[in-house]
Design a binder for this molecule. Structure first.
Ligand SMILES: Nc1ncnc2c1ncn2[C@@H]1O[C@H](COP(=O)(O)OP(=O)(O)OP(=O)(O)O)[C@@H](O)[C@H]1O
Ligand SMILES: [Mg+2]
Length: 336
C-alpha cells in the first residue's frame, strides 16, 4: 500500500496508488465509524451506570409503566441517582406519570440530555419525540430500532446508581435491541396481575428472558387487593363483603380506625407464578385509585403520599430487588 494520501487533484483513475473512495464507500466508512463510536459510548455508559433493570410483562396494561416509574421514584426516595428510559414510542405514559407531559428532547453538543422529573429522576422517553401527545408515532421496525440504539448510546446520563427501562408489552423487538446494545444488564423485573391467565403470560416472559440471555430478577404482582378504610367505635368488629361474596372481618383500633384489604381479582397469583417458575417473588402492589389519578394529573402516588400504602409496598419491592442484585453474582440466581 502506498503511503501517499488519496489523490484529490485528479478525477482520472490511475493504475498505481489507491483509488479515490466512492461516495458509497465513504458513506459506509462513515457508518462504520458511527457504529464504533456508538459501541464505545455504550461501553463507557455501562461503566457509569451501576445497575440496569428492564421492566417487562407478557401482556399490556398490567402496570409496567406504573411499576417502572414507581421503582425509579422509590429508589430515588432512598437517595439513589436514578434514570428512567421509556422505550415505548406508542404513548406518553411515563412522562405523564413523571409530571413531564408536553416536554421535548434537549440536545446539546450532539448528546441528548435527560429531563429531570420528580425526586430528581432523569427521564428519557421516546414520547419526547412526539409532536403532540395525541398523535401516535408510526415507525417501521428498522427506524424504530435504530432510534432505540441512539437513545441508549447518545444520552448523557452522567453517573447513575440505577437505570430503569420501561418497554412496550409483549415479546417485541425492543428488548432484544436493548440487550444487544447495552452491556451488563442486571436483569428483568416481570410485572403480572393476580389472575390465573397471568401465569401463562409470565411463563412466556420468562422464556423470553432466556432468549434474551438476561437473568430474571423476579416477579411483581400489581393491582393486588384493594384496601378500604373507615372509622367506627374503638375495638369494634367490622364485617365487609368483598367482591365474589367473600366475607372479610377486621377489628377497629383504639381510635376506631380500621382497614381491610379486599381481593378484587384474586390474590397470590404472582407469588404462585414465581414459585412455579422458580424465580424470586419481589412483592405485591395494591390496587390504588390514587395511582390512576397520579397517572392522569402527573403527580405519582409515591410523590403525593410518600408514607402511603403504595409507597410502602414499592419500598418493599425495592428492598427485595436490592437483595437480588446483591446476590446476583452468586450461582443459582441466574436461571439461564
Ligand atoms: N396498582 C395500581 N392501582 C391502580 N391502578 C393502576 C395500578 N397499576 C396500574 N394502574 C393503572 O392501570 C393502567 C395501566 O397501567 P400502565 O400504563 O402502567 O400499564 P402498562 O403495562 O405499562 O401498559 P402498556 O402495556 O400499555 O404499556 C393505568 O391507567 C394505571 O394508572
Ligand atoms: Mg406502559
Amino acid at each position: 500500500m502506498s503511503d501517499s494520501p488519496v489523490s484529490h487533484h485528479s478525477g482520472i483513475p490511475s493504475d498505481k496508488g489507491p483509488e479515490k473512495a466512492s461516495d458509497e464507500q465513504n458513506a459506509q466508512m462513515e457508518q462504520a465509524y458511527a457504529q464504533m463510536r456508538r459501541k464505545l459510548r455504550m461501553t463507557q455508559l455501562s461503566e457509569k451506570i451501576r445497575h440496569k433493570i428492564m421492566v417487562l410483562s407478557g401482556k399490556g396494561g398490567v402496570g409496567k409503566s406504573t411499576v417502572a416509574t414507581g421503582l425509579a421514584l422509590s429508589l430515588a426516595q432512598q437517595g439513589h441517582k436514578v434514570g428512567l428510559l421509556d422505550i415505548d414510542i406508542t404513548g406518553p405514559n411515563v412522562p405523564k406519570m413523571m409530571g413531564l407531559g408536553g416536554q421535548g428532547l434537549h440536545v446539546e453538543d450532539g448528546l441528548i440530555h435527560p429531563t429531570v422529573g420528580h425526586l430528581g429522576v432523569k427521564v428519557i422517553s421516546m414520547a419526547f419525540l412526539l409532536e403532540d401527545e395525541d398523535t401516535p408515532v408510526v415507525w417501521r421496525g428498522p427506524i424504530k430500532l435504530g432510534a432505540i440504539q441512539q437513545f441508549i448510546a447518545d444520552v448523557e446520563w452522567g453517573e447513575l446508581d440505577y437505570l430503569i427501562l420501561d418497554f412496550p408489552p409483549g415479546t417485541s423487538d425492543e428488548p432484544l435491541t436493548v440487550t444487544q446494545s447495552l452491556p451488563d444488564i442486571d436483569g428483568i423485573v416481570i410485572v403480572t396481575t393476580p389472575q390465573d391467565v397471568a401465569l401463562l403470560d409470565s411463563r412466556k416472559s420468562i422464556s423470553f428472558a432466556k432468549t434474551l440471555n438476561v437473568p430474571v430478577l423476579g416477579v411483581v404482582e400489581n393491582m393486588s387487593g384493594f384496601t378500604v378504610r373507615g372509622k367506627v367505635e374503638p375495638n369494634t368488629k367490622v364485617e365487609l363483603q368483598a367482591p365474589g361474596g367473600k366475607n372479610v372481618e377486621t377489628i377497629s383500633d383504639e381510635d376506631g380506625q380500621w382497614s381491610a384489604t379486599l381481593d378484587i381479582f384474586k390474590q397470590g397469583g404472582g407469588k404462585d407464578t414465581a414459585e412455579e417458575l422458580e424465580v424470586p417473588f419481589l412483592g405485591a402492589l395494591p390496587f390504588d385509585p390514587g395511582v390512576v389519578r397520579g397517572g392522569d394529573d402527573g403527580v405519582h402516588r409515591i410523590v403525593a403520599d410518600p408514607e402511603g400504602e403504595s409507597a410502602l409496598a414499592f419500598a418493599k419491592v425495592v428492598e427485595a430487588l436490592s437483595e437480588q442484585l446483591s446476590e446476583e453474582d452468586e450461582p443459582g440466581i441466574n436461571i439461564i
